[in-house]
Design a protein around this ligand. Structure first.
Ligand code: ZN
Length: 187
């Protein structure tokens, strides 16, 4: 490798690290206390063959209305930091799962008043034959433990509606403190 190529590679790596840092700060448009990286929406930041920056995102569910907003926010953050040219690529497989939400983000959700998805939702189960993880599509609602109240921690909660403020959340109420809250449904 020539010294020129080495310098170019090092510059490129530094630019990628900077782009990651910029994008890690982009908040989720629906839940601004967590970033798109913490939710697992930001999958990759890489250099395409043509030299452009390529940002890979995966929607939390297909048809999520926030995705165009997220792509726009990413564009604004990269423009502001001078990262043009870049592309935002939406990748649907593997499908996003609540398992991708980081532990930090789960705590932030709770502090924000949203019950985080309960543990590992088990939606990505290793295939018995190949051992590769596959998204299991379920048509029958599973009996998951009720989420604890994000405010008082009580386990005595009841579901009021399958859909809360957005389709990916359900509306619950705490039986003890009587507060309604959103539950980020595991899937
Ligand atoms: Zn409560």
């Amino acid at each position: 490798m020539t010294s020129t190529a080495q310098t170019a590679a090092a510059t490129s790596d530094r630019a990628l690290a900077q782009a990651w840092a910029v994008l890690e700060a982009v908040p989720d448009p629906e839940i601004p206390v967590v970033s798109i990286r913490e939710l697992g929406i930001l999958r990759d930041v890489r250099r395409a063959a043509d030299g452009a920056l390529e940002v890979v995102i995966t929607p939390t569910y297909s048809g999520c209305p926030a995705m165009s907003q997220i792509a726009e926010d990413i564009g604004m953050a990269l423009d502001a930091a001078g990262f043009a040219p870049y592309r935002v690529e939406t990748v649907l497989a593997p499908a996003w799962t609540t398992d991708w939400i980081t532990d930090d983000a789960r705590e932030k959700l709770r502090a924000y008043g949203i019950a985080p998805p309960t543990g590992n939702c088990g939606s990505s189960e290793p295939d018995a034959n190949t051992g590769t993880k596959q998204k299991v599509i379920r048509f029958v609602p599973r009996s998951l433990p009720a989420p604890a109240c994000p405010r008082c921690g009580s386990k005595h909660t009841e579901r009021l509606a399958q859909f809360g403020s957005t389709a990916c959340k359900a509306l619950y109420r705490c039986v003890d403190c009587r507060e309604p809250f959103d539950y980020f449904k595991p899937y």
